[in-house]
Design a protein around this ligand. Sequence first.
Ligand code: ATP
Ligand code: MG
Length: 393
Amino acid sequence: MENSNRIILLRCGELMLKGQNRKYFEDKLVRNIRHAISDLGDARIATSRGRVFVEPEGADFNFDKALERLTKVFGVVSISPVYKIESDFDAIKEHSLAMVKDSVAEKNLVTFKVETKRANKSFPLESPEVSRDLGEHLLKNIPSLKVDVNNPSFIFYVEIREHTYLYFEIIPAAGGLPVGTGEKTLLLLSGGIDSPVAGWMMLKRGVELEVVHFYSYPYTSERALEKVVDLAKILAQYCISIKLHIVPFTKIQTEINEKCPENELVLIMRRFMMKIAEKIALSNGALSLTTGESIGQVASQTMHSLSVTNAAVAIPVFRPLIGMDKNEVVSIARKIGTFETSILPYEDCCTVFVPKHPKTKPILSDILKSESVLDVSGLIDEAIKNTEIREIN
Ligand code: ATP
Ligand code: MG
């Protein structure tokens, strides 16, 4: 179509509520949008009152791929591929007719309605008038069309601002807040189903992620580690990049296994994880830890056990899945693309020394007594010293 541009319109949600901070939120959002499509060709990004516009520059911009990527950017509520034209009613009629003709070309009879939003109050017609007059124009020129305001087979949208945007589709996007607006957390990432979902939920609220994984080579294989790297890569699609800390955990597990009561192994191990994670968080600017724990899922996730685990650290520990059933977590894991990787059959360090009868009502003083035979700070320092760091994009 002449004099018109095919561009992408993105709607921002809660962003608009933030008053004073709006500019800050908008800047982060634009940065994240730019990053998400940086390899798809040249595009200009502009913002205006709760909307972001991605305008391709040049023919090689990968429009469809961009649409798909942008549905994953947090802070965006919905997306529409639109035609941008001048705000002039004759131009609106002409372009709308061409668009609707194209889209109904092969159909016998289709019903529709026009929905108009007029943010530009200097436009001479009011919204209902635009819908009515444009509807009439389309009906007159396309014989196979019929109006149905209650249950139309398509809606034709007209959004009048400084320019006018014409479109058929409103695609739901990720919602949430732009990543980078909510500080940073350190996610304890296993190879399981839960922790990647917990990480995604923090990203959704604008929180940046750094990730720690405890690795018990040779009890857990190279493939098990690759699985965790793959999960971190999937999470990195929802932000800009993720720093992954790979902590060697074999020596700590072996020591606990040799020197502590069997029914306390898992809890003591989890307390070590928390302590190491807290140190890594503090030295990397993360203000909290995040885990994939959920009440009652296993012995180490009873209220008693979680309290004992929590007591190992002073910084907040967030557990976004705490009230969720497994099937709810699984359905998010499928939606965000981590499920297929999470169910690959490689062992996790938690499965290396599994006691037959773990305590479900541990008492902190007993656990502290059991731990006192270990060189806790020496073991922790050594593990941190040997931690490998990878940047995941
Ligand atoms: P997940 O599905 O996330 O593995 P889970 O239900 O299997 O969780 P646990 O194995 O008890 O539960 O682990 C509880 C939480 O502890 C995990 O969600 C994760 O945050 C953390 N965690 C467990 N194992 C590791 C590990 N090897 N490295 C880093 N974090 C871990
Ligand atoms: Mg697990």
